[in-house]
Design a protein around this ligand. Structure first.
Ligand SMILES: [Zn+2]
Length: 425
């Protein structure tokens, strides 16, 4: 991505990612996931009066009851990962939800403990823990195709580069919003189960769970009760119990939808962040050493602009004219290991009065042969020698922007790994 296009992309990316899930014209899509199924029976326990209780049957019964309630409400679109006794893989379930741009993913399960019977009792709801955020981020990047399938999105994201710093920031914001939203729905569910069913609640917990790991939307997994606790088992296999659980989850989804719409409205009413007058780049280091792209010294950071000044190479990371992005870029640089990184202000299109910019196209101990691509492609390349090193430079422009443009033109001609040099007279 061209540097000058980054600014536009920042705002577009952040805006689109955050608004993608609350489109006014779209029905609120809930994916209902009955845990296990088919050959995978899940947790099980045999009782003389209840018979063999199997998790896969209980989860399906509750999900179908919940689905009926949601289908009666015209605000919702319901998608089932299964409606019969079959086993969709976890990936199938995730893909289904991601491809449908679901707003919410609800997975229903039944708990069990290692002992044959237990005094442990009640419900608990899991959300994806923060430790998973990194994996999730990687997946969000990799699954970009899946997440933005709309033709319109594709158009906008034609130049979307998941590795650019701005896209990463947008995705990080997105991830933390999912976690926050998942905690809301999780708490509503647990509160309702206690209120409606007088069930003991074991609370909302953050954990690394496979089924939620790759979901690109707020997601929860509800453990509705213990299969090896007689009281729980009786409750979750009874019509009344299942109806109560389904009703509690339904109420929670309705409350959650309202809450999200209120949040969305607040977000829209917030004053938009205005761009700053200056551009900001993060100075990573200043050194006599010349590093090219992907050098380990750059610690994996991309979008580096190198400016040589008074014999020192200054490495700058990213560019933005938004304060929030500047702070995020600085944090990214520090997280990468540049503890002394600082944001440096640049006046856009500032002309140098007492100097100029040129491009350092080559440095080396050996002179370039006349047949070298650089000398064959470019005219008026200048050569200097200092401390046994030859420096080849090209061009004379008055602003940094013009130098970046010139550098890009050289790249298009196949001349790479050049450095912009600021020359003072
Ligand atoms: Zn399960």
């Amino acid at each position: 991505m061209k540097l000058q296009h980054l600014l536009i992309n920042i705002t577009l990316t952040v805006f689109l990612l955050l608004s993608a899930h609350f489109n006014a014209q779209k029905k609120f899509t809930v994916v209902l996931d009955a845990g296990h199924g088919g050959k995978d029976i899940g947790a099980t326990r045999k009782y003389s009066d209840l018979g063999t209780v199997m998790e896969k049957d209980v989860t399906l019964a509750i999900i179908l009851k919940l689905g009926k309630l949601l289908e009666k409400n015209k605000d919702f679109k319901v998608i089932y990962t299964r409606k019969i006794d079959e086993f969709p893989s976890l990936l199938d379930r995730t893909n289904l939800a991601n491809r449908n741009h679901a707003d919410l993913f609800i997975s229903v399960h039944v708990n069990s403990s290692k002992t044959s019977s237990t005094s442990a009792q009640g419900t608990e709801t899991f959300v994806q823990g923060p430790a998973q955020n990194k994996t999730n981020l990687e997946i969000a990047k990799a699954e970009n195709d899946v997440i933005f399938l709309d033709a319109k999105d594709k158009e906008v994201f034609a130049s979307y580069d998941p590795d650019s710093p701005e896209s990463l920031i947008a995705l990080k914001i997105q991830q933390s919003k999912y976690l926050e939203a998942s905690l809301y729905i999780g708490n509503y569910v647990e509160d309702n189960l206690v209120k409606n069913g007088k069930r003991p609640s074991r609370g909302v917990k953050q954990q690394n769970l496979h089924v939620l790991r790759m979901n690109a939307m707020p997601s929860i997994l509800i453990e509705t009760g213990f299969v090896n606790n007689y009281e729980d088992a009786s409750y979750i296999t009874s019509e009344d119990g299942q109806n109560e659980i389904a009703g509690s989850i339904y109420d929670a989804i309705v409350t959650y939808k309202k809450k999200m719409e209120r949040n969305q409205k607040k977000e829209e009413e917030k004053p938009k962040e205005l761009p700053l007058k200056n551009d900001f780049r993060v100075l990573l280091m200043s050194t006599p050493n010349k590093y090219i792209e992907n050098d380990p010294a750059l610690k994996g950071l991309k979008y580096i602009l190198t400016i040589k000044e008074n014999g020192l190479y200054k490495y700058y990371y990213s560019v933005t004219n938004f304060a929030s992005i500047k702070d995020a870029n600085l944090k990214t640089a520090k997280d990468a290991g540049f503890r002394n990184a600082t944001a440096i202000s640049f006046i856009p299109n500032q002309k140098m009065n007492t100097g100029y910019y040129r491009i350092e196209v080559y440095t080396g101990k050996e002179k370039l042969p006349k047949s070298s691509p650089i000398l064959k492609t470019l005219e008026n390349v200048e050569r200097e020698k200092a401390d046994g090193t030859f420096y080849y430079t090209y061009g004379n422009v008055s602003s940094l922007e013009a130098a970046i443009k010139l550098q890009k033109e050289l790249e298009d001609k196949g001349i790479n790994n050049t450095v912009i040099e600021k020359v003072y007279k």
